[in-house]
Ligand binder design. Structure first.
Ligand SMILES: NC(=O)c1ccc[n+]([C@@H]2O[C@H](COP(=O)([O-])OP(=O)(O)OC[C@H]3O[C@@H](n4cnc5c(N)ncnc54)[C@H](O)[C@@H]3O)[C@@H](O)[C@H]2O)c1
Length: 325
């Protein structure tokens, strides 16, 4: 099996999860770890037998790289991706792809011009329960979808980049982008949103801690997403859940599985699915990105919905997704 050699730009909490999963895969080697915090680059390098860097351009000079992971704070996207693209390397970048549309469109244009394989970290698309939900909904008319992301992630250090609006975009952009992406993946494209937001509890941060978004889908479905960042940090059972009413039936989708109501009976279903890391590495090895479910240009559409919701909550007016840029 051809070995796939990976470099990391960003070695924080999320990157470490990817590194761990990659190290469990056959035929994968992490050869470079880069972080502007030297100790993070070094500690990852030590764990995986890689070379540490504090400047990604130095790492990109290596001639043994097959693919790159970018796991950066949301505000740091843009130039690192452009440098990876200039080097012609496939990359997996974490969601959300940018803090604004200007950066996302610039990277998207460079990706398209270079024709490289890209994968964005919307890993919930690969779950068996997600694929089962798509089968159930195939050719069905969806009436309404209700999404929820209630977490305690707004609690904690108020100075971290995640809890600063200008650096992360707040919960709707940084975290509930997963739920928005699942609504798109299972129900269809969104045409317009209207949102209201409030800061009810977490007065120490400048992000709304509760958001309510009404969505008009292109196919006629109506939807809503509610998010909270001020819930109990220990309970994740209300994070990333969807209720989808189709025709006269209902499914409840969640990270843990799928409940399908079929003729009055609720049936719980799960199925195995590959990890996003397996899919990306396989795509790099084969030089074929067709099994990647969220390439860069698709992920930009999820970003636009978050940005539209934020704009709507700030202006008080509905915002069409096409006006976002
Ligand atoms: N897919 C998922 O389920 C999931 C889960 C958690 C986080 N994430 C995403 O992963 C990304 C990273 O989140 P995190 O929790 O690991 O954050 P983090 O702050 O722990 O890690 C980010 C790291 O990037 C480093 N960094 C910043 N600028 C850099 C640069 N120019 N070059 C190299 N390193 C740089 C920081 O020093 C930090 O170590 C975010 O986009 C987040 O939304 C995704």
């Amino acid at each position: 099996m051809q070995e796939v050699r990976i470099g990391f730009i960003g070695c924080g909490g999320n990157a470490n999860g990817h590194m761990q999963r990659l190290s469990d895969l056959e035929g994968v080697r992490i050869v470079g770890t880069c972080d502007v915090q030297q100790e993070r680059a070094e500690s990852a390098a030590e764990r995986y037998g890689a070379q540490p860097y504090t400047n990604h351009n130095l790492m990109l000079e290596r001639d043994d790289l097959d693919g790159i992971y970018l796991s950066l704070p949301v505000f740091a996207h843009g130039q690192p991706e452009l440098d990876v693209i200039a080097r012609g390397l496939p990359f997996l970048v974490e969601k959300p792809v940018a803090v604004n549309m200007e950066i996302a469109r610039q990277v998207e244009e460079a990706v398209n011009a270079a024709g490289i394989i890209t994968c964005v970290g919307y890993q919930l698309r690969y779950l068996g329960s997600t694929q089962l939900a798509r089968q159930v909904l195939d050719e069905k008319t969806v009436n309404i979808v209700i999404g929820k992301y209630w977490s305690g992630s707004g609690r904690g250090d108020p100075n971290s980049w995640q809890r600063q609006m200008s650096r992360s975009g707040g919960q709707i952009l940084e975290q509930a982008t997963h739920t928005i992406d699942m609504m798109r993946y299972l129900v269809g494209e969104v045409e317009e949103v209207y949102a209201i937001s409030a800061n009810r509890v977490l007065k120490e941060i400048d992000c709304p801690d509760n958001n309510c978004v009404t969505m008009q889908f292109t196919n006629g479905t109506v939807g809503s997403l509610t998010t909270s960042w001020s819930y109990d940090s220990g309970d994740w059972s209300h994070a990333n859940v969807l209720d989808i009413l189709y025709e006269n039936q209902l499914i409840h989708w969640g990270v843990g599985g799928l409940d399908v109501r079929e003729d009055g009976e609720v049936v719980s279903k799960t199925a195995p699915g590959p990890s996003i890391d397996e899919v990306f590495v396989d795509a790099v090895r084969r030089g074929d990105g067709s099994k990647i479910l969220s390439p860069y240009s698709d992920a930009v559409k999820s970003l636009a919905i978050s940005l539209a919701a934020i704009q709507s909550s700030e202006t008080g007016a509905p915002v069409s997704i096409s006006s976002i840029g």
